[in-house]
Design a protein around this ligand. Structure first.
Ligand SMILES: Nc1nc2c(c(=O)[nH]1)N[C@H]1C(S)=C(S)[C@@H](COP(=O)(O)OP(=O)(O)OC[C@H]3O[C@@H](n4cnc5c(N)ncnc54)[C@H](O)[C@@H]3O)O[C@H]1N2
Ligand code: MOO
Length: 403
């Protein structure tokens, strides 16, 4: 058999030549979690003019210099937000102003109302000095019409959607949702809730992979459970055509009933790679069938989900026009680890924070790739490169934080 392909090379091949999907316009309220397809420019200037940042009095700072205090000023009008004061503020004059209102001509600072006393005759007495410009937000402080403000490839969350609205966009161009078809294979599989406490294995992986796809902003096309039968498998593969990605689960290894690779190739798939230097996940397969990228994940539940995180996630993100980001962050080992063999290991581990604020990753006792309960308890995967030496507790490591 050929030497196993290194994980980084396998990721590179999965992402090779991926073009972002077409853009579509959606209303802001429907754009949560979608990925911006084009840069978003400001259609207006914010603030549109100089505005007050506080409730108080617009005046000339020179009138209430510290040497002149306490100073008395005549109030010549009022400027609530949305209602500009049309006149000019002259020497010795002030205009009552509220947060967000336009600063009247002639005024160059705002005196907080807490720092002014209203005299019985309606004039005010200033008790604090102000600097010119104090408590004034200048026109265009946030952005100016024409500014390029949000870059494409960004997922739209609460901050971006509020900003897009402020930029005066009612709709935003986002990437079409990638369609991911999922086929579970195996004669032993039964759907969850069948009440079959007997010999069947619940087809669980598809639910985890579907959840990942949806959380990334993709659309799941669930093609159900397919028996270990060439014709049934071929029909399901044909039904998946048109999807951007086809994920098959199980039957990827070397057993007599592991038909998936054979049937995919019968249907015309060009095999890119099969079997990689990774634990769990060795039997991973990648190929192309017409315009569909095919990822065949191993059946073992943890292998399936770890492969989905490491390969399907960046593939869906690339289809959405997002850049590849290294999924690992730094941590320290919470206990010693053995020297590694030829396969890059992804060790299920707990993640805690030490007194200095650093991450500590402590391997779980059970690393069986069939154990979903242990995977559920894990919070991260410690990445052990091929042939890494044994390491002591406290050594630096890289971890993938689990979603
Ligand atoms: N002689 C060898 N045997 C195996 C090798 C090998 O290199 N040589 N590789 C092992 C590794 S590593 C893995 S991982 C598994 C995965 O192989 P398959 O992809 O062929 O998976 P299956 O045999 O179909 O199933 C394995 C296991 O997972 C269960 N399964 C399958 N589909 C699902 C699903 N949708 N949800 C939940 N569980 C599922 C299945 O019932 C089996 O128990 O092969 C090793 N063998
Ligand atoms: O790679 Mo298998 O995924 O070790 O269990």
């Amino acid at each position: 058999m050929k030497p196993l392909l290194p994980v980084e090379e396998a990721i590179r091949r999965v992402l090779d030549g991926v073009e972002p999907l077409a853009a579509e316009e959606v209303p802001l309220a429907a754009a949560v979690g979608r990925v911006l397809a084009e840069p978003l420019h400001a259609l207006r200037t914010q603030p549109p003019h100089d505005v007050s940042a506080m409730d108080g009095y617009a005046l000339r700072a020179a009138d209430i210099a510290s040497t002149a205090l306490p100073a008395t000023l005549r109030v010549i009008g009022s400027a609530p937000a949305g209602h500009a004061f049309a006149g000019l503020v002259g020497p010795g004059e002030a205009v009552r102003i509220f947060t967000g209102a336009g600063v009247p001509d002639g005024a160059d600072a705002i005196l907080l109302q807490e720092d002014a006393a209203v005299l019985p005759d309606g004039r005010i007495e200033a008790r604090e000095a102000v600097r010119p410009g104090q408590h004034i937000r200048r026109r265009g402080l946030d952005f100016c019409a024409g500014d390029r403000v949000i870059e494409p490839g960004i997922r739209l969350g609460m901050r971006q959607l509020a900003l897009a609205a402020a930029l005066d966009h009612a709709k935003v161009p986002v990437r079409r949702k990638p369609v991911v078809a999922i086929i579970a294979t195996g004669d032993e599989l039964v759907p969850p809730g069948s009440g079959d406490g007997g010999s069947g294995i619940v087809a669980s992986n598809g639910y985890g992979i579907g959840a990942l796809v949806e959380s990334l902003g993709g659309l799941v096309r669930d093609l159900g459970i397919v028996r270990d039968d060439r014709a049934a498998l071929a029909a399901a593969i044909d039904a998946a055509m048109g999807a951007d990605v086809l994920v098959t689960i199980g039957g990827a290894s070397v057993g007599d009933h592991d038909l998936v690779r054979d049937v995919l190739q019968d249907r015309g798939m060009t095999l890119d790679f099969w079997r990689i230097a990774m634990r769990p996940g060795k039997p991973l397969l990648f190929g192309r069938l017409k315009a569909t990228r095919v990822l065949s994940l191993p059946g073992n539940p943890v292998s399936s989900l770890v492969c989905a995180l490491l390969f399907l996630r960046p593939l869906v993100e690339a289809l959405l026009g997002m850049p590849f980001v290294d999924p690992t962050v730094g941590a320290r080992l919470g206990s010693q680890v053995r020297a590694n063999d030829v396969r890059q290991d992804y060790i299920r581990a707990r993640l805690t924070i030490d007194d200095d604020g650093g991450r500590v990753a402590t391997p779980l006792e059970r690393q069986d790739s069939a154990m979903l309960s242990a995977f559920h308890r894990a919070e991260c995967l410690i990445v052990r490169p091929p042939h890494a030496d044994a390491e002591a507790k406290g050594a630096r490591c890289r971890v993938v934080i689990l979603p």
